[in-house]
Design a protein around this ligand. Sequence first.
Ligand code: ADP
Length: 174
Amino acid sequence: MAELITVQGDITTLRVDAIVNAANTSLLGGGGVDGAIHRAAGPELVAECRKLDGCATGDAKATPGFHLPASWVFHTVGPVWQGGGHDEDDLLEGCYRRCLELAKLHHVRSIAFPAISTGVYHFPPRRAARIAIDTVREHVDASGVEVVRFACLGTDTLAIYEELLQQPPRAPIA
Ligand code: ADP
């Protein structure tokens, strides 16, 4: 089983093979973690993103990391929280699953995820963290990834991840 660990702080500083960007469907930059990643990667990143023709919610696309310490950025688009009745859980699960598929494709051994959709997209943080951890646990070994870091900007998010990571995986539904 891969190692799943938390880290507090700015995801753009992490020395991992890939960092995940919580982008929007245009992939042309935004605020929050997206803005931080574009600032740290340099203008080459948006130029590369322009070639990708956007990204659907729940999907992910890869670019190089340019000036980031990370070799890759996996841009994924989380769902906007609309109360839970609009497939938000499945779409968020898709983000984590698709990023691990990209990790396999690009032989990534270490990856860092932000708390996708929990900023301006307003997904409830605990529910989002549960989905993040469950989905990563389910798919990480098939991906070849050895270390997953959950990058938490705030201490509230960090506390949620630390608590949930201590709990045993949920039994699969028979
Ligand atoms: P979304 O639109 O998917 O909600 P946001 O960027 O608004 O994306 O927020 C997603 C999460 O990323 C939030 O928990 C936010 O606190 C966090 N975040 C913002 N900037 C950074 C950063 N530089 N490193 C790590 N996490 C960040």
